[in-house]
Design a protein around this ligand. Structure first.
Ligand SMILES: Cc1cc2nc3c(=O)[nH]c(=O)nc-3n(C[C@H](O)[C@H](O)[C@H](O)COP(=O)(O)O)c2cc1C
Length: 193
């Protein structure tokens, strides 16, 4: 029997109608068709406060951040779909990752991240699709100890990039995404063997 790999997909936007959420749902659908399990939480619904070390000292890790960290602990890999804000990944995403990286009781900081494959993707109504932020997102994931995959995709003009079924209208991009997820699965298999 094959082991079902589990992907955590984090979206850097909780905006209604978010293009990055659409991209993430497309990723989840491709992954599920390839036999993977996915978790796609809404970070904003987890009510994670802005990083505050005084709050951390008095109240510990917020429940929402702990919950996300536990999902990442259970996951085999992380996929990030984030818009760029002035060329950077969003504060929503950065803040969640910062809280998730903190030590919590017996759990060392970064434990949930270390050695896990990660893939960075972006979408934007702009022509470059958030491309400028991808290098920074990748650097952040690397700093968290993750194995950042060389594959990447930024979906430009994303307001008109999706078909009604959620797939990308550009077949080459849809293929790139599908290939990136199967390469990630191959990497997971190799890491486990
Ligand atoms: C503060 C701010 C800065 C932005 N900076 C950029 C940018 O640098 N490049 C870009 O392509 N879009 C930029 N945008 C536009 C976002 O890409 C656009 O709002 C996008 O739809 C957000 O992603 P979402 O649809 O997943 O919410 C910016 C938006 C905001 C709110």
């Amino acid at each position: 029997m094959t082991n079902t790999h589990h992907l955590l997909i984090l979206v850097g936007s909780s905006r209604r109608g978010s293009l990055n959420r659409q991209l993430a749902e497309n990723v989840a659908s491709i992954a599920s068709a390839q036999g993977l399990r996915t978790t796609l939480p809404d970070i904003r619904a987890l009510d994670i406060p802005i990083m505050d070390q005084d709050l951390e000292a008095t109240e510990g890790i917020p429940a929402g951040a702990r919950q996300l960290r536990q999902v990442l602990e259970d996951a085999d890999a992380l996929i990030v779909c984030s818009p760029e804000y002035n060329g950077f990944p969003t504060p929503l995403l950065k803040n969640a990752l910062d809280w998730m990286s903190r030590p919590d009781g017996d759990i060392a900081g970064l434990d949930a991240f270390r050695g896990k494959p990660a893939l960075a993707l972006s979408a934007s109504p702009g022509a470059l699709g958030g491309l400028r932020s991808l290098a920074l997102t990748r650097q952040l994931l690397d700093n968290l100890g993750m194995l950042v995959m060389p594959e990447k995709l930024s979906v430009g003009s994303a307001g008109k990039a999706f078909n009604a079924d959620g797939s990308l209208a550009n077949e080459r991009q849809q293929h790139t995404l599908s290939q990136a997820i199967s390469t990630l699965t191959d990497r997971l298999r190799r890491l486990q063997s």
